[in-house]
Design a protein around this ligand. Structure first.
Ligand code: ZN
Length: 185
C-alpha cells in the first residue's frame, strides 16, 4: 500500500527545499493531491498480470496475434519524471489466446510503478510467457522521457525504443520480420 502520510510529509519537505512557501494558497493542498495521485500512478506496485492473463480462449490456429499502439504512462525511477509512449505486444499462441484488452492491462500493471524502460519491456514479455504460456512473445516499447526532453540534452520528440523477444521469437528471424511488417500496417 502507498503510505499517503509519508508522501504528504515528503512533498512538503520538497517544497521547502526548493524555497517555496508551503502555506500559500496554491500549494496548501499540493502534498495531499500528490499523495492521492501517487496512489493511482503507482497502483501497479501491488498488482500482478496473472489475473488479467488467466482468462483465456482456446484457438485452433496458432497464428501470431499483435496488439499494437497500447498507450502507456510510467515514471522513470532515476528522476521520478514521466516517460510515456506506445507498447506493441505480439505472441504466437500455443492453443490459447487472452482477451485483447488483457495485453493492455498487462502493460498497465508494469507501467504503474517506478520503472526503467528496458526492465519494463522484459517484465511484460516475461509475464506473457509465464501466465499465457505462448510459443513466444515479442514486446516493443517506444517512449519519450521527460527527464531527457525537459532538461539536459533537450531533444523534444526523441524516442527511446526497447525490444524484448522470448521463446520462438528468439531464434526465428523470419517470425521477427513478420512482426515488424505487421507493426507497419
Ligand atoms: Zn530519467
Amino acid at each position: 500500500m502507498v503510505d499517503q502520510e509519508k508522501i504528504r510529509e515528503a512533498v512538503k519537505l520538497l517544497l521547502e527545499g526548493i524555497g517555496e512557501d508551503t502555506a500559500r494558497e496554491g500549494l496548501i493542498g499540493t502534498p495531499d493531491r500528490i499523495a492521492r495521485m501517487y496512489s493511482e500512478i503507482f497502483s501497479g506496485m501491488e498488482e500482478g498480470a496473472e489475473e488479467h492473463l488467466s482468462k483465456v480462449f482456446a484457438v485452433e490456429n496458432n497464428e501470431m496475434v499483435l496488439e499494437k499502439d497500447i498507450v502507456f504512462y510510467s515514471m522513470c525511477e532515476h528522476h521520478m519524471m514521466p516517460f510515456y509512449g506506445k507498447a506493441h505486444v505480439a505472441y504466437v499462441p500455443d492453443g490459447k489466446v487472452a482477451g485483447l484488452s488483457k495485453l493492455a492491462r498487462t502493460v498497465e500493471v508494469f507501467a504503474k510503478r517506478l520503472q526503467i524502460q528496458e526492465r519494463m519491456t522484459g517484465q511484460i514479455a516475461d509475464a506473457v510467457m509465464s501466465d499465457l504460456k505462448p510459443q513466444g512473445v515479442m514486446v516493443v516499447l517506444e517512449a519519450e522521457h521527460m527527464c531527457m526532453t525537459m532538461r539536459g540534452v533537450k531533444k523534444p520528440g526523441s524516442k527511446t525504443v526497447s525490444i524484448a523477444a522470448r521463446g520462438i521469437f528468439e531464434k526465428n528471424p523470419e517470425l521477427k520480420n513478420q512482426f515488424f511488417q505487421m507493426l507497419q500496417l
